[in-house]
Design a protein around this ligand. Sequence first.
Ligand code: ZN
Length: 484
Amino acid sequence: MIRVTPPNRAGLPRRRRDGALLRASAVSLVFLLAAGAALAADLTEQYRATADRLIASALADTEGYNRLAYLCYRIGHRLSGSPGLEKAVAWSVETMKAAGLSNVRVIPTKVPHWVRGAESARMLTPLDRPLHMLGLGMSVGTPPGGITAPVVAVAAFEDLAKLGRAKIQGKIVLYNEEYRGYGPTRLYRSTGAARAAEFGAVAALVRSATPLAMQIPHTGEMSYDDNQPKIPAAALSPEDAMMMARLVDDGVAVTVHLEMGAQMLPDADSGDVIGEIPGREHPEEVVVMGGHLDSWDVGQGAQDDGASVVACLQAVALMKKLGLEPRRTIRVAFWVNEENGGRGGMAYREFVGGKIKDQVAAIEMDGGAEAPLGFGAGVDAPSMTLLQQIGKLLDGLGAGEITGGGGGADITPLLREGVPGLSERTAGTHYFDWHHTEADTLDKVNPEDFRKNVAALAVMGYALADMPERLVAVSSGTRRGPAR
Ligand SMILES: [Zn+2]
């Protein structure tokens, strides 16, 4: 099939007075509409039989979920620099080989090595009781013996300036910001310590970035401003944050004791794991599909992002089982260090080297494996039409919706250089209830939803690797992936 420009613009005459011209234009309009309909049916019809086979095999598959169970229950969480991540890297190599993938290899990279150490927080006044806390990733620790200080509470960054240095200096700043979606709320986690330090605060406590209050603290990355002192930062359960903020608002003196043994160690060795089915016609052209293998050092990294990496692997494993060899190479990538550095995404970009033009598409899945809805894609309008034709094959799964977007932290280095990017989209009803907590465990991944994700990835991955056309990216800057 040849890519044509969308039918609405092509050669319609402007002058309407001439009857013949009008008839001609009507005829050409009919022709163009028919051409448009044929175009709309094209990839859908071309891949329907293969898609149906892939979907049937994904929906009957138990091997994928078993692999995820192994990753979650036998390896567990996988923070960069930890033995868990290196165990997971070795397991990924073995598992990709067992799935029959070719060219399985590790792309080595150094990763930051942050360790949590022992940590605790306690409210001393007006009541003596422990707080539900989790230190933020990359935070410094407290001095030995901890920090004891009065708490000053703010609901938003603007409140810092209103209070001013006189009221903040020497105190612990508590951010009790309401959850307004992950994107805006996570700013308090990632930059709260640096902004509090600007006013002389000695530590920062941040209400967890979650819509659900269940006395569970949520960790995540934070970073410092080089021009400000580095102060320790921890997340609190929403309940503990709300309680102390209310007490402070009521004029009660709240004092907290915080102890954190967190520290940065020298960079550690790690690496992305990739494996593939080489293309039958254009092995040099690659569709890469994956997620991140690393996680935080709590829970099991089941929804973030274990389910995604295993779903991508299983999608390609099923192609292999069915004897499908797409025209181009379909590659699975398990990137490392997405959570606190992004080194895996950069290492993959370096690995691709001068062959960036041969990266035909990059698909990232990093929003959990709840029921799949479809794909976001940062591509031009004709490419969007092609993707919608593929999407039709997924309508039966409820996963056929193609929208804009399509970024991802690990594929950003590729997208910046013009590689078309897609992200798998899911319902995400509970994703941020568990995200970065002790509760991100295998039981949260519904096996049926997981299998539907495998099916959606298999069909999209196969069609992109096999179809004669290539997607065209929209200019970078308009794409934004889900934040980590
Ligand atoms: Zn993630």
